[in-house]
Design a protein around this ligand. Structure first.
Ligand SMILES: CC(=O)N[C@H]1[C@@H](OP(=O)(O)OP(=O)(O)OC[C@H]2O[C@@H](n3ccc(=O)[nH]c3=O)[C@H](O)[C@@H]2O)O[C@H](CO)[C@@H](O)[C@@H]1O
Ligand SMILES: C=C(OP(=O)(O)O)C(=O)O
Length: 429
């Protein structure tokens, strides 16, 4: 299995192009199941999860083609996917495919909406907590589906089609919001989703669905109203910029020092995290091209953070922020409220010399002057990149093992960092 070798100590200077968001691209690709016409998605990142999802969609009968093209001299434009689900040939999403990626479970919504039945394996994804699917089941039941769990599969039937209804989630769920919103587009009558996720990826999906002929209002707020329509048609949609990739590189610069333009990044997708980063001492400015992140040699200020649904501080940046805090000039506390087991990076950061203790859902970090390179193990996607960031700011060599997680969510990571002066390379194993 590949590993990534980082020799720390270099500042980051230059331009990092921000890719399309993985967490927007995946539900957008799944939306192709809702129509027999072609859905064209541009700015799709080249990632393992995207490739994996094309396999899952093919299994249902989706034809797809990919057009990557060079843009300028040194920058790869995101790929354009053409997805056509002329006919759904199989309404089962098998364990072998779904267990590799959480988002693949979301096919359940479009499949039931269009085919009135689906049989989808319980999902996998990052091991960051128990990650149940009860909100999906209750939401689809509210839309009139009969649901049973049989042999690890969620079996959903709605012989007369789905019927619009009020669906109130007990807790904000991005995936359940995507799924019920997609399902409701083809349901009869109106659906109201209450306590919906407000994440930008939900608004991005709604914009695409509306371009396909859906009638959705309020996406991006906590109440979404969907008026069901008889059919959806093809459309073209560009995937929104990746706010987690943006925040990750901003934190890397805040940690190593330097001056980097995050090209194509959007501040409005990340306000809270950018405010927090500014409090640590980083200077962040919006330019016509994206976001500029600058930090001079001054010390990193400790800042307390609690993860929250959007617009709060994202759980997907928690590990990266913890890496930054390991070198702060004092104590900080990071509280994780979304997933119950998302501190797997703590023991790995400790190998580099970080001082972190865990008190329930809160990690207490005592900043140290110096981190020292060491071999570490990547445990999940964002944890993996937190170790890369820490390695960039550590003295000596850090080897991050088991990096396949990184390939799920960071497009051309080594390339983007190398161009900014980092000493980082992939070692094939
Ligand atoms: C592919 C993708 O977009 N993944 C993101 C998505 O994951 P995902 O959509 O899986 O995360 P959710 O928003 O659903 O999870 C939020 C919380 O709700 C709980 N829950 C969820 C569904 C359910 O049926 N029952 C239940 O209890 C979860 O266990 C968790 O505690 O949002 C997370 C929270 O921003 C991000 O960390 C992930 O990167
Ligand atoms: C947790 C993540 O992904 P997934 O929901 O696919 O496991 C993530 O993107 O950080």
């Amino acid at each position: 299995m590949d590993s990534i070798k980082v020799v720390g100590g270099a500042e980051l200077n230059g331009i990092i192009p921000i890719s399309g968001a993985k967490n927007a691209a995946l539900p957008l690709m799944i939306a192709s199941l809702l129509t027999d016409e072609t859905l064209t998605l541009s700015n799709v990142p080249r990632l393992r999860d995207v490739a994996q999802l094309t396999q899952i969609l093919s299994n249902h009968g989706v034809d797809y083609s990919v057009n990557g093209k060079r843009n300028g001299q040194d920058e790869l434009e995101g790929q354009t996917l053409h997805l056509t689900a002329r006919e759904i040939v199989d309404t089962t999403a098998p364990y072998e495919l779904v267990s590799k990626m959480r988002a693949s479970f979301w096919v359940v919504g479009p499949l039931v909406a269009r085919m009135h039945e689906a049989r989808v394996s319980l999902p996998g994804g990052c091991a960051i907590g128990t990650r149940p699917v009860d909100f999906f089941i209750d939401g689809l039941a509210a839309l009139g589906a009969d649901i049973e769990i049989e042999g690890g599969y969620v079996v959903v039937k709605a012989p007369g089609g789905l019927k619009g209804n009020r669906v109130e989630f007990p807790k904000v769920s991005v995936g359940a919001t995507h799924t019920i919103m997609m399902a409701a587009t083809l349901a009869e009558g109106e659906t109201e989703i209450v306590n919906a996720a407000c994440e930008p990826e939900v608004a991005d999906l709604a914009a695409c669905l509306n371009a396909m002929g859906a009638q959705i209002e309020g996406a991006g707020t906590s109440t979404i109203r969907i008026q069901g329509v008889k059919r959806l048609h093809g459309a073209h949609h560009a995937v929104v910029a990746d706010r987690i990739e943006t925040g990750t590189y901003a934190m890397a610069v805040a940690m190593t020092g330097g001056d980097v333009l995050l090209k194509g990044a959007r501040a409005d997708l990340l306000e809270n995290a950018l405010d927090i980063l500014r409090q640590t001492g980083a200077e962040i400015t919006e330019t016509g091209e994206g976001l500029k992140v600058y930090r001079n040699g001054n010390g990193i200020q400790p800042v307390d953070v609690t993860t929250e649904p959007f617009p709060g501080f994202p759980t997907d940046l928690q590990a990266q922020f913890m890496a930054l805090m390991t070198k702060a000039g004092g104590q900080s506390r990071i509280t994780e409220t979304i997933f119950e087991n998302r501190f797997m990076h703590v023991q790995e950061l400790a190998r580099l010399g970080a001082q972190i203790s865990i008190d329930g859902r809160t990690a207490v970090i005592d900043g140290v002057g110096t981190l020292r390179g060491a071999p570490v193990m990547a445990t999940d996607l964002r944890a993996s990149v937190s170790l890369v960031i820490a390695g960039l700011a550590a003295e000596g060599e850090t080897t991050v093992n088991r990096v396949y997680h990184l390939d799920r969510g960071f497009e051309r990571l080594e390339d983007k960092l190398t161009r900014c002066g980092a000493q980082i390379e992939r070692v094939s194993g």
